[in-house]
Design a protein around this ligand. Sequence first.
Ligand SMILES: [Zn+2]
Ligand SMILES: [Zn+2]
Length: 187
Amino acid sequence: MEVESSAFERYRALYDHDARQAPKVSGHLANRVPVHEGSLGLPVLVQFEDRTKRPTITFPPGSHHSFALDQEHGINEARFHTILVATGAIDAPTLVPMAEHVECAEHGRQDVTFACQHLLRSLGTRERVGFFFASSPRGDAWCGACEEVRIREGGDSGDWNDRSEAFAGVKLICGACYDEVRRLHEL
Ligand SMILES: [Zn+2]
Ligand SMILES: [Zn+2]
């Protein structure tokens, strides 16, 4: 976050005081926050606190940016997870679909979908490897070989486990690529 130098001087002057009633100063976000496109330069308000607390940063009333909305309404666990993945704090999960977007070199901005590594490869080879999917329209998809491993490992329930997931090597692919893989297998 950045503020005018006068605002920073004011912060220094008020540092040892209880400044919770002091008027807010305005500033701008100086970071590009991964899950919040266009966050760099967003206007914010800074409320100084007392010396035991760092200033509180909020978005001005009426902000409609996703970052402002998240701050105003809070985030759920799935959203929190998405943020951790986007910031690189944790690895992307396998077989957990998230309603987010991806920039595909071929198709531009698309919904995020997931498919096993073999299906992904079939996009290049045009070889048909079988197509199974968790749900319509674009649930996680896997190939015939993965289906065999899933059933062998998962028994009656057919649940995925570490071994079948490792075999599948699920990759994130763009929704349009997903549709293309599916079409390839529907012939
Ligand atoms: Zn596969
Ligand atoms: Zn694509």
